[in-house]
Design a protein around this ligand. Structure first.
Ligand code: SAM
Length: 288
């Protein structure tokens, strides 16, 4: 068990393993697709201020700077490892990178203050991040209030916590000798709401709301002698609460039990491994 929380862990919570930008990047292609699908529904023409909350390693945030070259783009993340990677990628210094936890971030201070006070946010994107922010249903209204007139809020969260990848993770954790230590992190990692909850929350504040779910049938390359690709996928994200608790032999016992279960649930075939993954999207535009 690690003594100190990893850098970037929120205070007062069980420690997760630190984010590893290299592990996260292994599946950059399929992970990037939902971001593109989300942004396709954002209709901002010439936004002045664009914020990516939970920007991760920065590739996708830099895509926002490509799409809106005249905008000030801000990338916010709680992980120093992710921000370090983002700053390295941003050779042109096009994005303002800022370390903050979503829970503490003051959305009203995101842009430069002018004579009329701080500028509102024109586009606030948060992709694959709010599942790590259990209080986000309380925070979303404060973020909407910080939007400029006509501004857009766009979120995407995984909706796969009942999929075998996550169900088996919980089952293997429950029969592990450290079950009691593993449960809190895995429970916390289910903090997303149903699509209708996001829809109602947003519709109470604006009539311009679009909420949907998509199931992606990811096809993951599977080396017959290599680790199971679903294990490698979750290693970079959903397994972090487990990896933050277990070390050495305890970790090996967990990983071997879990991988065996994944082999049954997601068999390796000639074309690879099929990994269905459902995600929830919500886009809200404030009245102009
Ligand atoms: C799965 S990654 C998504 C990164 C990026 N948005 C993407 O789509 O590739 C989740 C990101 O959320 C960040 N994160 C997790 N909890 C956070 C919090 N409470 N506040 C801010 N960022 C957080 C992590 O550091 C990580 O970079």
């Amino acid at each position: 068990m690690t003594d100190a929380p990893p850098p970037g862990a929120a205070p007062g919570r069980p420690s997760d393993a630190a984010w590893d930008p290299r592990q996260y990047a292994v599946f950059a292609g399929p992970r990037g697709r939902p971001f593109a699908d989300l942004l396709a529904r954002v209709e901002a023409d010439r936004p002045g201020l664009v914020v990516d909350l939970g920007c991760g390693p920065g590739e996708l945030t830099l895509g926002l700077a490509d799409r809106w070259p005249d905008a000030q783009v801000v990338g916010i993340d709680s992980s120093p490892q992710m921000l370090e990677r983002a700053r390295t990628l941003d050779t042109g210094g096009r994005v303002r990178w800022q370390q903050a936890a979503a829970e503490d971030w003051d959305a009203t201070s995101a842009g430069p203050a002018g004579p009329a006070g701080p500028a509102g946010i024109d586009v606030l994107v948060t992709n694959a991040t709010l599942q790590w922010v259990p209080s986000h249903l309380r925070l979303v209204p404060t973020w909407l209030a910080a939007l400029a007139p006509g501004g857009t809020f766009a979120l995407q969260v995984p909706a796969n916590f009942d999929a075998p990848s996550h169900r088996l993770m919980r089952e293997v954790a429950a029969r592990h000798p450290r079950a009691a230590d593993l449960a809190p992190g895995l429970d916390r990692a289910q903090a997303v709401a149903r699509p209708e909850t996001y829809a109602a929350l947003l519709l109470e504040r604006t009539p311009h709301v679009d909420v949907w779910q998509t199931t992606y049938e990811h096809v993951l390359a599977a080396d017959p002698d290599g680790p199971h690709p679903v294990l490698e996928w979750v290693r970079g994200t959903g397994l972090r609460p487990v990896l933050g608790v277990l070390e050495g032999a305890e970790r090996e016992i967990f990983l071997s039990d879990y991988e065996q279960a994944l082999e049954m649930a997601y068999p390796r075939r000639d074309f690879g491994v099929l990994f269905p993954f459902t995600r929830t999207f919500a886009v809200a535009r404030m009245p102009a």
